[in-house]
Design a protein around this ligand. Structure first.
Ligand code: ATP
Length: 450
């Protein structure tokens, strides 16, 4: 492939006209300011791969923030700037966002009387990137619009489906790139190049991960868990001993692998039905990845991944809740009692917990019941509510919930499907309550003497 191939016509077939117009205007505005502007990174890669991607990253040779304001003004956008990094985000009225970065012009002064040289700063910018496939720049300047700047064999690697670092210290500089390598490899069905693979193995042996902050690992891991090919990614990470490098507790045994595979199916099913609320993918897969871990080691994993105190507390609490729900489901499985038991077993759980139990279960009948819970029972409204109970003379107190719970059980189990039936049941439940002013259904357990 030519180093300076022009892909204007490819862009026209793969991008909406409005985006082309936006990019052309960006080039024009940059020129007016005396700058050059390039689209870079995943956006350019994905044009060549014919994958839809409208996450536009621009790099400006010049003052990126000033350019961002000019572009924003021309199209009634808003700018969020980060002076410290000389970056900005422009958000347009139609919701389209553009990230703008500044390629620092680097001047090299020679000690003698020789003139200062200005290195092409876009090349420097690209050289700092993770892989050759992400190191293409697309010139947007008028007269050069659509011209690819390929300094590092990016087009060849895209063509040959290869993930390759730009230099041998890349993973030392930033070990999170190792996780990115696996993510891109599995997403595009590429192969990590031999030399790059050696560098990864080397990095694992040198234990470079131990130097990384948990927050950065967690961020890259989250991106992996959001991938279509999450399982392929995880098993590749496992094969490269990367999961263990993050934390020894994070290995995939047969059980975890099975559950993760099922989690994937169950998660797809849930999304396909547009069920609410949306699932926190991270939480969901972390349940699978840490399944069976002792509480203490689970805590260590979470701490390694820089869970906040609150996240940690929530995750541990979820694990305890899961234990309780699981015990109730097991009881149900033995007695095959009523559907309302399933409802009350699952009701305390967030949706991630319910999906996890669904994936974990080996019994068809149990999965079916849990899916019923998610699609139907969970959202089924009672036909009476607290105001009805008040009219029946029930006073505020714990009995409200108790009566409603019994009515709900009857509604789920088919004993009180109509409003009339529910009213009738509630009345009889209230009648059965101990008379005693506060309207308590069951006698309060006497306080233990101190
Ligand atoms: P995705 O399709 O997953 O969004 P992307 O390539 O757009 O992939 P981002 O994480 O949005 O990835 O990053 C944008 C660009 O920034 C990448 O294309 C890459 O060139 C660069 N980049 C991101 N993370 C790193 C890193 N850790 N080291 C070097 N370059 C990076």
């Amino acid at each position: 492939p030519k180093r300076d191939r022009n892909i204007r016509s490819v862009m026209r077939t793969r991008l909406p006209g409005s985006i082309i117009a936006l990019l052309e205007q960006a080039g024009l505005l940059a020129k007016e300011l005396g700058y050059k502007v390039y689209a870079v990174g995943g956006f350019v890669r994905d044009i060549l791969l014919a994958r839809p991607n409208l996450d536009i990253d621009l790099v400006v040779e010049g003052d990126g923030i000033r350019f961002a304001h000019a572009l924003s003004q021309a199209r009634q956008g808003r700018v969020k700037e980060h002076q410290k990094f000389k970056t900005a985000v422009v958000v347009f009225p139609d919701g389209q966002r553009i990230d703008v970065a500044t390629a620092r012009l680097e001047y090299y002064e020679y000690p003698t009387a020789l003139p200062t040289v200005e290195l092409s700063s876009i090349k420097m910018d690209l050289y700092r990137r993770d892989f050759s496939i992400n190191a293409l720049a697309l010139n947007l300047s008028p007269g050069h619009f659509g011209q690819l700047m390929d300094f590092f064999g990016s087009q060849r690697d895209i063509k040959e489906k290869t993930i390759r670092v730009l230099h041998s210290l890349s993973f030392v500089e930033d070990p999170t790139r190792i996780l990115r390598a696996v993510r891109f490899e599995q997403r595009f069905n590429f192969r990590i190049d031999g030399q790059t693979l050696r560098l990864i193995k080397n990095a694992v042996q040198l234990n470079l991960f131990s130097r990384l902050s948990g927050a950065r690992i967690a961020h890259e891991l989250q991106l992996i868990l959001d991938e279509e090919n999450v399982l392929e990614c995880l098993s590749r990470l496992q094969d490269l001993k990367l999961l263990a490098a993050i934390h020894p507790q994070l290995h995939l045994d047969a059980d975890r692998t099975r559950v993760l595979m099922e989690l994937r199916k169950v998660h797809d099913w849930y999304r396909l039905l547009y069920l609410e609320p949306p699932v926190n993918t991270w939480k969901l897969y972390m349940l699978g990845l840490t399944m069976g871990a002792e509480r203490d080691s689970l805590e260590l994993v979470c701490r390694r991944l820089r869970f906040s105190d609150r996240e940690l507390r929530e995750f541990l609490a979820l694990r305890d809740l899961l234990g309780e729900s699981l015990a109730r489901l097991m009881t149900w499985a033995e007695t095959q009692s009523s559907m309302s038991d399933i409802y009350f077993a699952l009701d305390p759980l967030p949706v991630e917990g319910v999906l996890f139990l669904m994936a974990r279960s080996r019994r068809e009948i149990m999965r079916k019941n849990i899916s019923q819970y998610l699609t139907r029972l969970r959202t089924q409204e009672l036909l009476i509510d607290g105001s009805d109970l008040k009219i029946m003379g029930l006073k505020n107190g714990p009995n409200f919930a108790r009566v409603l719970r019994k009515v709900r059980a009857a509604a789920i189990d088919g004993a009180a499907v109509t409003r009339d039936k529910q009213v009738e049941l509630a009345k009889s439940l209230i009648r059965g309550l101990e008379p005693g002013g506060s309207g308590t259904a069951e006698p309060q357990t006497a306080k233990k003497p101190r």
